[in-house]
Design a protein around this ligand. Structure first.
Ligand code: BGC
Length: 741
């Protein structure tokens, strides 16, 4: 058992006694009260909450961010209720509170768990100044569908990357001791499978075979539980016919019996009552029954528990022992957070909002999250000494709010530095910097200003276009069926291209967009996601070579939306496509009709490969991988093997690179993906420097859930690749021998 797995148990020994003692004094109403969370967004609300707080009918509030209001609510709960139980105060602090980090998908592109943890620490500190003690983050739904608006909030498509970053976020929010000043409880969400909603339509149905659920969607949650995450949120979605909020298999069998989770489970917003809308129950009473029976400890923003749970207990349908377990789960969190010692907040005792460290962290996070997708003829970095002018064009050049992205309820737009401003301050005294916004917003179809944009591009040495999506086009309930650049942006690119000047696209977006219609029209692409408060300075530094790009894609970029779901860890199929057995629709010879082409897994009207692969990301350095080797050709179960390769910086600038290890388990009792990421390291290399990158793999790291739903490692042959993306070609092999345990 790892140290992180011991954490929750270590803290709960003494706390369990206090919980037991408190439970013994509670009435049924007070117990059910702990299971109810209410929306307090109206702020200072003793008038409408006071009575319920005094009666012990509320265990938690959400969406109140005025520290005085929070303190007053806590005071009433602690001083004026019979048992004085403090409140959990929840808020969606998803990628920053006032200082905004890149969207989580952007942070995932940094492949830097330490930096991601620091971002969460900054967010926790700022949120804690408002009295918030619980965030509804991290969102760790594996997302393989760029149509889904919530891919922005996710950590991408890959089990290992999402799991490592999930743990980093949990540790950042909660710190080693959740009772410490500035630490808050984390909430891993949405359990489970939400990222697989059909056609990427938010809240839609999911159908996920159990092996896939266990091998993919549940893995980051298992990692978060092992790291001691204090709460989990259920998903809105229907999983294989049983909505997650009423799903006993998820919440009892897996979460409690198998994983031994000792935190608490909260529903999503009103998702208990939605069980009726799903068609699982007839009314709110039955919804309360199903959710409580399945193991939902707390209801968010609904009143099914408040209204019906008491009666369900009294008539014997819900066992009081089950209520006690749920309440104990919640109380344990309150004790761990130290709320019984002090529930009120003194904002002065915490570091100030938007301080230098917060802004520096946001800038580093933005810097490392930007992915350079292409850079023809090394057009980047721009050299301020060699150019005399540049044109800045596009709707996202100077959009302080839009660059923050989705879920920034409390984000402070005044802290945003836009690319336009940052470029001015970096090179404004050396270069003539011209600016035309050209489009009011990313969806505009009015192109009256395109001529002005063309004119400044023509008069300048290079054009930098800030394109993408406004923040409102991604996030919850903001799915898209067409994921091209919206509005007339492709036309703007075409017009600027006609000037013959170098064209650099910087794309700010909440998802992987399909870029096929512009990729050949531009010389370079920096993909900046929604980069947060300090996106501008980070982008300016990258454009002008103060720093080298080092982000790597956390999600595959499709060529066309019809390729979705497309992800690197797909299965091989019985008829895999190769470059030799595909045919394009335009190459079909209609004069000699054929009944079949290729006979492999591809689309006739595109390709089987993505536009940009998972893990891809270029640098101003020139990194080469050489000389892959393995410590042993054959190992036994329980052994560790080391895969190494040399990494050389053949370029003339120092830069960071994310080295990646992929494996393939060639034969399995259920079929295995063609590649799985098994390790990654972010490394800095000086020009000419050569280092050895080592990855240790224990045979447990190669385990998976097979036909009988047991996690195990099978003996057999494995391939391993080391390189700079999921398309790495440098390969070695090893074998796990049978019976060598
Ligand atoms: C979202 C959750 C969020 C909650 C509270 C819901 O609509 O699905 O992710 O935490 O609202 O704001």
């Amino acid at each position: 058992m790892s140290a992180s797995q011991e954490k929750p148990k270590k803290t709960s020994e003494a706390i369990n006694e206090r919980v037991k003692a408190l439970l013994a004094r509670m009435t049924l109403t007070e117990k059910i009260g702990q299971m109810c969370q209410v929306d307090a967004s109206a702020g200072y609300a003793p008038d409408y909450l006071g009575e319920d707080l005094r009666a012990g009918r509320i265990g938690s509030v959400l969406n109140v961010v005025d520290v005085n209001a929070v303190n007053e609510l806590q005071r009433i709960a602690v001083e004026e209720s019979r048992l004085g139980i403090p409140l959990l105060v929840g808020r969606d602090v998803i990628h920053g509170f006032r200082t905004i980090m890149p969207i989580p998908l952007g942070q995932a592109a940094s492949w830097n768990p330490d930096l991601v943890a620091e971002g969460a620490r900054v967010a926790a500190l700022e949120a804690a100044t408002a009295g918030i003690n619980w965030t509804f983050a991290p969102m760790i739904d594996i997302s393989r569908d760029a149509r889904w608006g919530r891919i922005a909030e996710s950590l991408g498509e890959c089990v290992l990357l999402a799991s490592r970053l999930a743990v980093a976020m949990v540790e950042g929010f909660q710190s080693d001791d959740p009772a410490a000043r500035g630490a808050i409880a984390a909430c891993a969400k949405h359990f489970a499978g939400y990222g697989a909603v059909e056609s990427g339509r938010d809240y839609a149905t999911t159908n996920i075979p159990e092996t896939k659920l266990r091998n993919v969607y549940m893995r980051p949650f298992n990692a978060a539980v092992d790291a001691g995450v204090m709460s989990l949120m259920t998903s809105f979605s229907d999983l294989n016919g049983i909505p997650a909020t009423g799903n006993e298999f998820l919440l009892r069998q897996v979460l409690r019996d198998e994983w031994k989770f000792d935190g608490f489970v909260v529903s999503d917003w009103d998702s208990i009552r939605q069980l009726q809308i799903h068609g699982l129950t007839e009314n709110d009473r039955e919804s309360a029954f199903e959710a409580a029976a399945a193991g939902v400890d707390m209801e968010m923003a609904g009143d099914a528990y408040n209204t019906h749970l008491g009666e369900l207990v009294e008539c014997g349908r819900i066992d009081i022992n089950d209520v006690d377990v749920a309440v104990a789960n919640i109380l344990r969190a309150k004790f761990r957070l130290g709320l019984f010692e002090s529930a009120s907040t003194d904002p002065e005792a915490l570091p100030s909002i938007g301080n230098d460290h917060a802004l520096e962290t946001a800038q580093q996070a933005a810097l490392q999250s930007v992915v350079m997708l292409k850079n023809d003829n090394a057009v980047l970095p721009l050299c301020a000494e060699k150019l005399s002018s540049i044109a800045i064009i596009g709707p996202l050049s100077d959009a302080p709010y839009q660059q923050l992205g989705t879920w920034i309820f409390d984000g402070d737009t005044d802290l945003s530095i836009t690319p336009m401003h940052a470029i001015h301050s970096l090179v404004g005294h050396d270069l003539n910097v011209r600016y035309v916004r050209a489009m009011e917003h990313s969806r505009s179809k009015v192109n009256d200003a395109f001529d002005d944009a063309v004119e400044i591009a023509r008069d300048s040495d290079a054009a930098v276009l800030f394109l993408g999506e406004e923040s409102i086009l991604s996030g919850e309930a903001h799915s898209r069926a067409d994921i091209n650049l919206p509005g007339d942006q492709a036309e703007l690119v075409r017009r600027i291209r006609e000037t013959g000047k170098p064209v650099i696209a910087v794309i700010l977006a909440g998802r992987p967009l399909t870029l096929t219609n512009i990729v050949d029209q531009v010389d370079a692409i920096l993909y900046a996601w929604h980069p947060g408060s300090m996106g501008g300075p980070a982008i300016a530094d990258l454009l002008f070579g103060v720093e080298s790009p080092s982000g790597k894609l956390p999600a595959t970029f499709p060529r066309m939306v019809g390729q979705i779901p497309i992800y690197y860890s797909q299965k091989n199929s019985g008829k895999p496509a190769t470059r030799d057995n595909i045919v394009h629709i335009d190459d079909i010879d209609t004069r000699a009709p054929q009944t079949s082409f290729g006979m492999s897994a591809f689309h006739l009207d595109t390709h089987f490969t993505p536009l940009f692969a998972f893990g891809h990301g270029l640098s101003y350095a020139d990194f080469a991988y050489e000389n892959i080797r393995v410590s042993a050709d054959q190992i036994g179960l329980g052994d560790t093997v080391t895969i190494s390769a040399d990494l050389v910086n053949k370029g003339d600038v120092a830069a960071e690179e994310v080295a990646q290890l992929y494996i393939r388990d060639l034969v399995g009792n259920v079929t295995r993906p063609v590649r799985e990421l098994k390790g990654f390291k972010r490394l800095r290399l000086e020009p000419g420097q050569k280092i050895t990158v080592d990855f240790q793999l224990h045979t447990d790291d190669l385990a998976f859930y097979g036909r009988n739903m047991q996690r195990m490692t099978e003996p057999g042959e494995f391939h391993a690749w080391v390189g700079g993306s999921s398309e790495a070609q440098l390969r070695t092999e090893f074998r796990i021998a049978a019976g060598d345990q």
